[in-house]
Design a protein around this ligand. Sequence first.
Ligand code: WTA
Length: 650
Amino acid sequence: MTKTKTYAPSEDFVAKAHIDAAKYEEMYAASVENPEAFWTEHAKRIDWIEPFKTVKNVSFAHPDVSIKWFEEGQLNVSVNCIDRHLETRGDQTAIIWEPDNPDDEALHITYRELHEKVCRMANVLLSQGIMRGDRVVIYLPMIPEAAYAMLACARIGAIHSIVFAGFSPDALANRINDSGAKAVITADTAPRGGKRTALKSNTDAALLHCSDKVRCLVVKHTGDQTTWIDDRDVDVKAMMQQVGPDCPPRPMGAEDPLFVLYTSGSTGKPKGVVHSSGGYLVWAAMTHEYVFDYHEGDIYWCAADVGWVTGHSYIVYGPLANGATTLMFEGVPTYPDASRFWQTIEKHKVNQFYTAPTALRALMGQGNDFVTKSDLSSLKVLGTVGEPINPEAWNWYNDIVGKGNCPIVDTWWQTETGGHLLTPLPGAIATKPGSATLPFFGVQPVILDPQTGEEITTNPAEGVLCMKDSWPGQMRTVYGDHERFVKTYFSDYKGYYFSGDGCRRDEDGYYWITGRVDDVINVSGHRMGTAEVESALVAHAKVSEAAVVGYPHEVKGQGIYCYVTLMNGQEPSEDLRKELRDWVRKEIGPIASPDLIQWAPGLPKTRSGKIMRRILRKIAENDYGALGDTSTLAEPAVVDDLIENRMNRS
Ligand code: WTA
């Protein structure tokens, strides 16, 4: 095997970095050898109202999994993200807001202004009867009010649950109902890439399927006309002017939930991932500082959406807990043209930039002029997240965007992990294109043999990626269903947290994620359960059966490949393909839009009726020469037909 090229940070970078190689070694060893002492020290980055006594109280033992950190501690997350900075940096910009249209004015919101807005928003919530422990769904575009709403919930102890603005009314209704939310906060319409999404009318449609007690708080963002239901809808901005500018923060237990975020799994409906207040904030803040090597005064930009976990931890909670200036971007990378990211970096002199490989692949295809015409000399660190990055995209990011001067941090983590687990620290760990490198402090990754469940301790190794012990930012439970939590993450490999990812560890101990080993796919960095798309398809009157798999897609990473069996008497047609595509968009949202739909007279099944997805995956990958063992198929001829009519013949 040819040895992969490694990229070490420059001496200059190392000299200024928070953590160098020796410090990483020393801190990592301390973090796993004596976690109590390590976390007692590092939890000090948070202001506690009441100190904790127990650092860690964790059991991964099936079936009594229980995860608690900093148990007796009390804190308020919004105070940590705002109030404690007022004295020293009240006039510093907390949030730079860059609107969809670059000709519109960007906003610079100081910590003092943030304090007032969040207090007012919190008072609006209180005026609507929202109390500690109540759930509030946030269905907002990338506008400052999204951050105000999150922090306002944190201030009064309400639990927010953000639903990505690209989700459909049905998906929104499911999340409102599953979380038993008392209110939903939305906006009139959301501009994105010059187009507008009708969030309020989506919310109206969703609320038809929810309790009529759910309040609807509307941020009038564009001023577009919407319907209005007088005794249900509240004009948030008007109301914020009427309530007071101060709101006392509520002391919360370290283990009180801060938020629920729904994410896709391999089976059934999306599950509500529950994150804590104390451990989560320690984790988000510490990883933000060290992984991006954030220094006082830096301008930091994470180009994700607050609807995903990346936006939670690395647009809002981590950066603000660190007193950073965080940029919030309403638009898309290709509007008005493919220079938007780079022009925005130039405009705001961004120092750390964090995005998904899918965006890089899309921009790479547009040519380098869009990048090189912008002054990117402010950049110090570049990050990626959400999916494996292919070496071509990595090299392009490194050479063209970073001009070879910016370490790239390829951060591996999940909604469940709260923050980064495997990642380079830019001044400490030499990188290899495509590898998430080494564990963050306190993280103990192991590679297990998927068959035996045994740890593979030698290098190189390949298997499933698990964690041997807890870290403060770990999810605590599935909302309302602890049993599902235990079953999903702790029952296949007893005594470990199972990530669902396959992984390789090379001779240097570096980790390389090979992709999901379950029926979750990663489309443009968005995580999706194939089961969700299947159930949307079979809910259509003309569909009898459906199986959905991922296939390699040049820009999206993975595309959505659907095998559809129609009801008797239904004729396949291009119109019907379009109808089904639109149907899935309506049921789940545009991000779930099928790329390829193949008409399947039958699906390959075992004699006991189980669909053999392995075979369907191979056909979708155009790799039908290697179907493996097909001897258990009930009707082998089905496979020949599927191969004959496959869609992905590149
Ligand atoms: C994948 C996003 C390779 C992985 C923060 C994981 C990655 C899933 C990387 C979680 C990376 C995330 N390299 N794969 N750097 N980061 N993934 O919950 O399969 O939306 O399990 O969290 O994305 O997706 P989620």
